[in-house]
Design a protein around this ligand. Structure first.
Ligand code: G3I
Length: 359
């Protein structure tokens, strides 16, 4: 009860106590933002993935969700998987990957409409004249590109058309069934069909070894010049960048620089750094090798960031996620540790090399 006789000091005390009662709790310090590949990169950082692992391996899925903002299907958009019989398309496994990308707001890159490998049996056994072959190829691109229109935003239209001597794969080992049946200008027509299939998709020519095969690099750049002259729709170059600890840095820089000079987008599309290309059975992944791999990742990422103008940076994609799921182990049946994450999907020195290269 307040009365006239209450001393002023008492009133002041009451007021101060009131203020204390309504005092707001101290704000909590903000959560530190976790550094990830995607948070540090000014461009998309992707990984090539497999739907079975994505479904079954929680560490794989967690690292993908957190670290990467781009996805490539390692195998499931290849012709043998998506188009297993002439009138059969199997979308299920590719759909699972595309849906994961869409749900996570990750960019989905398509790999690949036309390749001399991963050819389904029905194509190997196909008999027809050149018009029939042309129809087969065109249908495939229109159907797959059309189905994923608006979901897959970029495509490797043609993959690995050149040999290391710069000539188009044709006959013999490593030859191309497409070149043999469709003639030397088939690559250009693939790009025209791809544009027709999805006018908004960004269209890439993708190949490996440009950093060590000057003739192949030149053949690819000459093709780009020719396509530009003839208005063949090509938007980008994919440098797969399957390299190893001894790949010379000058070759890497030269491939990146000269690709950027075309003015097209440049995608490092399948990056990995092999430790054991010779397939030694006794090799161990020592600290020294880990450090050399860190430096190689750093060099590739830094060089890409420096030499490719921003508007042309399509991003960097690693081929697989961690050492456990690397194609080098399953394909060559050898020991290797080529990726930024280890067998348990923990960060390796290579991961920190990648991060430093982005800065
Ligand atoms: O899925 C089957 C499985 O059912 C079967 O038991 C097993 C027996 O060999 O084979 C499995 O398929 C394999 C598939 O990888 C999945 O592991 C194929 O035989 C094998 O040929 C296939 O290899 C893929 C290779 O391309 C050929 O398509 C690799 O995973 C894939 O990483 C590799 O990717 C290529 C790029 O597309 C283009 N650039 C080079 C890169 C590396 O070679």
């Amino acid at each position: 009860m307040l009365t006239r006789s209450m001393p002023l000091i008492f009133l002041v005390n009451l007021l101060v106590m009131g203020c204390h009662l309504v005092e707001l709790p101290k704000p909590k310090p903000p959560k530190p933002i976790e550094i990830t590949l995607q948070s540090e990169a000014p461009f998309t950082v992707g990984a090539a993935i497999d739907p079975t692992r994505l479904r079954n391996d929680t560490a794989y899925r967690r690292v993908l969700s957190k670290e990467f903002d781009g996805i490539t299907a390692e195998n499931m958009l290849k012709m043998n998987n998506v188009h297993p019989a002439q009138n059969t398309y199997d979308w299920s496994r590719a759909d699972y990957i595309v849906q994961f990308a869409l749900d996570g707001k990750k960019r989905m890159h398509g790999h690949t409409f036309v390749w001399h490998q991963a050819i389904p049996g029905w194509v190997n056994n196909f008999v027809g004249d050149s018009a029939a072959w042309e129809g087969l190829l065109k249908d495939h691109i229109l159907k797959v590109g059309g189905y994923y229109q608006g979901k897959v935003s970029s495509w490797d239209v043609v993959n690995e058309a050149f040999q290391s001597n710069g000539s188009l794969r044709n006959t013999g080992e490593g030859g191309s069934i497409w070149r043999r049946n469709l003639g030397p200008d088939y690559v250009a027509r693939c790009f025209q069909y791809a544009r027709q299939a999805d006018p908004k998709a960004v269209l890439f020519y993708n190949d490996f070894g440009q950093e060590t095969s000057p003739a192949k690099l030149k053949a690819m750049l000459d093709m780009v010049t020719d396509f530009k002259k003839r208005n063949i729709p090509i938007d980008g170059i994919g440098l797969q960048m399957h390299i190893n600890l001894n790949t010379p840095n000058e070759g890497i820089a030269n491939a990146i620089r000269s690709s950027a000079q075309t003015g097209l987008k440049v995608h490092i599309s399948e990056l990995d750094v092999a430790i054991n290309p010779g397939g030694s059975t006794s090799i161990e992944f020592t600290d020294e090798l880990k450090e050399r791999q860190r430096q190689k990742f750093f060099y590739v990422v830094k060089t890409y960031k420096e030499l490719v103008p921003k508007a042309q940076q399509h991003g960097i994609t690693t081929w697989n996620v961690g050492d456990a799921d690397s194609w080098l182990r399953s394909y060559y049946k050898r020991k290797d540790w080529p990726l930024p994450f280890d067998d348990a999907y923990q960060k390796k020195p290579a991961y920190y090399g990648f991060i430093e290269g982005l800065r």
